[in-house]
Ligand binder design. Sequence first.
Ligand SMILES: Cc1cc2nc3c(=O)[nH]c(=O)nc-3n(C[C@H](O)[C@H](O)[C@H](O)COP(=O)(O)O)c2cc1C
Length: 200
Amino acid sequence: MEVMEAIRERRSIRRYERDPVPREHIEILLESARLAPSASNLQTWKFKVVTDESIRKQLRVAAFDQKFVERAPVVIVGCIDFEAFGDRTRRTMELISRGAVRPSLSMILRFARGSDKGLDSEERQIINGVVNLSIAMEHMVLVAVELGLGTCWVRAFQPEKVAEILQLPEHCPPLAMLTLGYPRERPEARPRKELNEIVL
Ligand SMILES: Cc1cc2nc3c(=O)[nH]c(=O)nc-3n(C[C@H](O)[C@H](O)[C@H](O)COP(=O)(O)O)c2cc1C
């Protein structure tokens, strides 16, 4: 399958068949994440693959009761691995432990002004950590289409609760989850802005 075809075919899938996803397919997805680009090639990500039903149920609760989080046979939890940034991790961890990955408004505004010169190193780590992990996770989303699998990004959840349920190390806060399984729905494409609306 061409990449563009996978991009066109992809939908957020929230209804899944009960069939389990073969281990080999999960491994192909993880391989696609492993090969993703990252700032300075630091590969600042870790993934937890959840298939256990009782844990999926707990994740559903942590995700504000979004039922498909429990019903999907697999949930892949993407975590930013702050240890992979190296020496300056400790201060970043202090920042995060005060409220998971919750970049401050002023930090985002400085970033949005087009230069990250004003950013502290830990702020830069958080932004790069989010970007790196997002790329790796979207690789998995697109490869899943090729394998006949459906996914849905899930960001609406309580990170502290997910970290507790999965016993994640402190330096690996969860950023996003992907539900995964064989689709039991074929949603219409959601609307998108026109090309001329997104080009400056
Ligand atoms: C970062 C991110 C977070 C999302 N979080 C959720 C979520 O918590 N729950 C949900 O049902 N969908 C979630 N979605 C899916 C979006 O609602 C969906 O991508 C959007 O409506 C466009 O639909 P499509 O993916 O089918 O094209 C999320 C998507 C992204 C990219």
